[in-house]
Design a protein around this ligand. Structure first.
Ligand code: 5GP
Ligand code: ZN
Length: 137
């Protein structure tokens, strides 16, 4: 691409980049990951942070979030495949830690407004310790 076209493209993308940057700076889960907001953290490594939901819907209600800001499933790319797998593996580990692995549990990712997503930083809900209601939806 010729430099002038590149410059024009960069100028067009700048407001979008600024908006995304602002979103992550005001994102409550980014703040929890960065220790800028309080949370009951149950697990942390270089890829994910897990903490208890502030409004638990069951005895076990843990959120597993990527340390990097990804707004939702809609923004996932092929490069995130290992990260998503890791979120599930940590979820399973935490189910064992909370003693709900044998009784059973639910792992949910809500996406967008119809999916019931309220915090736009990707998160995996781990919910257990009571019989889940069914059907969903
Ligand atoms: P969603 O509806 O987006 O799938 O789930 C968001 C979840 O985040 C909700 O269950 C809500 O209770 C939880 N949540 C929202 N704000 C906070 C917070 O500041 N701290 C914690 N620990 N959980 C939060
Ligand atoms: Zn975030």
């Amino acid at each position: 691409m010729v430099p002038s076209r590149l410059l024009r493209l960069r100028a067009r993308l700048a407001p979008i980049a600024a908006m995304l940057n602002k979103m992550s700076r005001s994102c409550v889960f980014c703040k929890i990951v960065a220790d800028d907001a309080p949370a009951n953290i149950v697990y942390r490594d270089d890829q994910v942070t897990a903490f208890r939901d502030i409004h638990p819907v069951a005895p076990t209600h843990i959120l597993i979030v990527p340390n990097k800001h990804i707004p939702s499933v809609n923004e996932l790319t092929e490069e995130d495949a290992a990260l998503i797998g890791h979120m599930f593996i940590i979820g399973r580990q935490l189910a064992v830690q909370d003693g709900v692995d044998q009784s059973g549990y639910r792992m949910i990712v809500n996406t967008g407004s119809h999916g019931g997503q309220t915090v736009f930083h990707l998160h995996l809900h781990l919910i257990g310790g009571q019989r889940m209601r069914f059907p969903m939806g």
